[in-house]
Design a protein around this ligand. Structure first.
Ligand code: SAM
Length: 234
């Protein structure tokens, strides 16, 4: 399924990462299940195994190279889809705990079966981030919230920052064409501060991770409800 071990190793090495035989086996199982499941349920537009390796697995794992993820961190992945970035990250960094949140239940059902197959533990939440972060059991309870390809920086900040404990991080994985400055005001209103933007190449494509530190509690009026969020960005 994935390119053979030697080739996959050299792909990892060129991204500055290490691939062990155990990790390769798990990622191979992940790729096979993802591509097969995707025939019936829409999970991803990327179905070529070599592309899955680069654009889903290596891209997700690079989060741990460019952002400092503390040992045993509790990570919530907002709009995780088919598990990106947090499932490959958990395979690479088994010390972290992951919570997978998505508004589409068919994706949560896939993720539950996937994590069983990969023999990794995870928590699953089906719901909209703006509703779930209002619940006391999830509000400001995570060391890290992360997201890739979910929304613009302003909206994404409102979806992600309320989950983070003061002192924790919100990590936004962004493409080259996205305007991240539109999120500056939202980040501040929600209790965050942009501390860094890591820029790097994913093979021949540019990528960025906006690193936001939570410096004060999120005011209880945020996040606003879905219709207000849609009407006006912060
Ligand atoms: N993060 C994955 C990736 O990088 O491949 C999936 C990206 S996909 C384009 C966006 C995902 O975000 C979808 O699975 C969608 O259901 C979910 N989503 C969008 N808005 C959301 C919200 N407000 N709360 C929770 N999930 C949301």
């Amino acid at each position: 399924m994935l390119p053979d071990f030697e080739l996959s190793c050299s792909e990892f090495e060129s991204a500055g990462l290490t691939l062990t035989p155990e990790l390769y086996k798990k990622l191979d199982t992940y790729a096979e299940f993802l591509i097969e499941y995707n025939n019936n349920v829409n999970l991803t537009a990327i179905t070529d195994p070599a592309e899955v390796l680069r654009k889903h697995f290596i891209d997700s794992i690079l989060l741990s190279k460019y952002a400092k993820i503390p040992q045993n961190a509790a990570v919530i992945d907002i709009g995780t889809g088919a598990g990106f970035p947090s499932v490959p990250l958990k395979l690479y960094r088994p010390d972290i705990s992951i919570t997978l949140l998505d508004s589409l239940n068919k994706r949560i059902v896939f993720l539950q079966q996937l994590c069983d197959k990969l023999e990794i533990s995870a928590d699953f939440i089906h719901g909209r981030a703006e509703n779930i972060s209002k619940k006391p059991e999830y509000r400001e309870k995570f060391d890290i919230s992360c997201a890739r390809a979910v929304a613009n920086m302003s909206l994404l900040s409102e979806l992600c920052i309320p989950f983070v404990t003061v002192g924790g991080l919100f990590l936004a994985m962004k493409g080259p064409s996205e305007n991240v400055s539109c999120g500056t005001n939202a980040v501040e209103l929600l209790g965050g501060q942009i501390t860094d933007t890591a820029e790097y190449d994913l093979f021949d494509e540019k990528r960025r991770i906006v690193i936001v530190k939570k410096i004060s509690q999120t005011p209880t009026k945020y996040p606003r409800n879905s219709s207000q969020i849609k009407k006006r960005s912060l």
